[in-house]
Design a protein around this ligand. Structure first.
Ligand SMILES: Nc1nc2c(ncn2[C@@H]2O[C@H](COP(=O)(O)OP(=O)(O)OP(=O)(O)O)[C@@H](O)[C@H]2O)c(=O)[nH]1
Ligand SMILES: [Mg+2]
Length: 321
């Protein structure tokens, strides 16, 4: 495939930007509960998706739950992210003032990043000049982040690994599984450490459209809000822009295409997914099931079948926002 001969879009146009705004009642309520709990918390661990380390974090956390206490940024799902950019990502985050960052994979029982979290948090708490921990015998840490980044999974992974106890926080592949601030869950005996799970919270107005689309691609917004076919089109745009053509074979194509209709039609035919529709004259016709094909494409990205990807690749090189 001679990639130079293909012409692709150089920007992605979103028709309905409002679809990227998702702030249901449980998020506003959850944020208030988190602020109330903050007094009794020693440290805040913000979990985010390692595929979008430089975009999509909730900016409101800075002045609501993250500003006052020791803070660690955990970039989770590193198994799905292109880690060849990790040192550049760390440098960028440091420039922006976030220096305590760990990469984790909650699916890996031996992940070195997971192992470092509790010791790092305890160290930050004990050196924090806002807080005298000399007589403290237990630590309380609040886990925050946007939806579906693996906050509850992280709590379960730590509990399994350091206490040998079964999972205590419900987990799911859809955004919005945890709906309210939960009671403390013990994850370590010596020192005694308790974690508080919280609902994933988005900012009420995502101003950066591209950040919103990346969050949607990482399933931090429920697919039906933006629409599977629009998210799939953004994925296609991103892959073509970065000359990542391994979708071609997977989607049943002969060559790259920048037309989502063409791509989804081929995919639906390859999967044998058609919709049976009745004409005005009572005859049946068959039409490719585009929504089903879009869901297949998104699943392939989310499972890592298209390889490891850093959706924020462009931001690693760009100016600090
Ligand atoms: N590949 C991969 N998947 C992960 C990892 N951590 C969590 N997941 C998956 O991500 C999905 C979301 O996990 P949750 O722990 O429910 O995420 P959450 O942040 O608590 O989500 P909300 O409660 O909806 O805000 C689940 O399908 C997990 O199995 C990881 O490190 N790698
Ligand atoms: Mg959760």
């Amino acid at each position: 495939m001679a990639s130079a001969t293909y012409h692709f879009r150089d920007c992605f146009r979103v028709i309905n930007k409002e679809a990227l705004h998702w702030f249901p009642g449980h998020m506003g309520k959850g944020l208030k509960q988190m602020q109330q709990k903050l007094k009794s918390v020693d440290c805040v661990i913000e979990v985010h998706d390692a595929r979008i380390p430089l975009s999509g974090r909730n900016p409101d956390f800075k002045h609501t739950v993250c500003g006052l206490k020791p803070h660690i940024l955990v970039l989770n799902k590193k198994d799905l992210a292109d880690m060849s950019y990790s040192s550049k990502v760390l440098a960028r985050l440091k420039q922006e003032g976030t220096s305590d960052v760990l990469f984790t994979n909650c699916k890996d029982a031996k992940c070195s990043g997971v192992k470092k979290i509790i010791p790092r948090a305890c160290e930050l708490i004990s050196t924090s000049n806002r807080y005298n921990r000399s007589e403290a015998s237990e630590y309380s840490i609040m886990i925050v982040g946007v939806p579906n980044v693996g906050k509850s999974s992280l709590i379960n992974t730590l509990r399994n690994r350091f206490l040998g106890k079964p999972s205590a926080a419900p987990v799911g592949a859809k955004a919005g599984i945890t709906k309210s601030v939960q009671s403390s869950i013990k994850v370590s005996e010596d020192p005694k450490v308790y974690l508080i799970d919280t609902p994933g919270i988005l900012t009420p107005s995502i101003r950066d459209v591209e950040a919103g689309l990346r969050l949607s691609l990482c399933a931090s917004l429920q697919d039906h809000l933006v629409g599977e076919e629009i998210i799939a089109d953004y994925l296609l745009f991103w892959l073509n822009k970065h000359r990542r053509f391994n979708y071609v074979e997977l989607m049943g194509l002969q060559e790259p295409s920048d037309n989502i209709g063409t791509v989804l039609t081929h995919c639906a035919l390859k999967l044998g997914k058609t919709l049976k529709l009745r004409n005005y004259d009572g005859q049946y016709t068959y039409k490719p099931d585009m929504t089903c094909a879009a869901a297949f494409f998104l699943k392939a990205f989310r499972n890592g079948d298209l390889g490891t990807i850093l959706l924020d690749e462009d931001l690693v090189h760009g100016p600090v926002s």
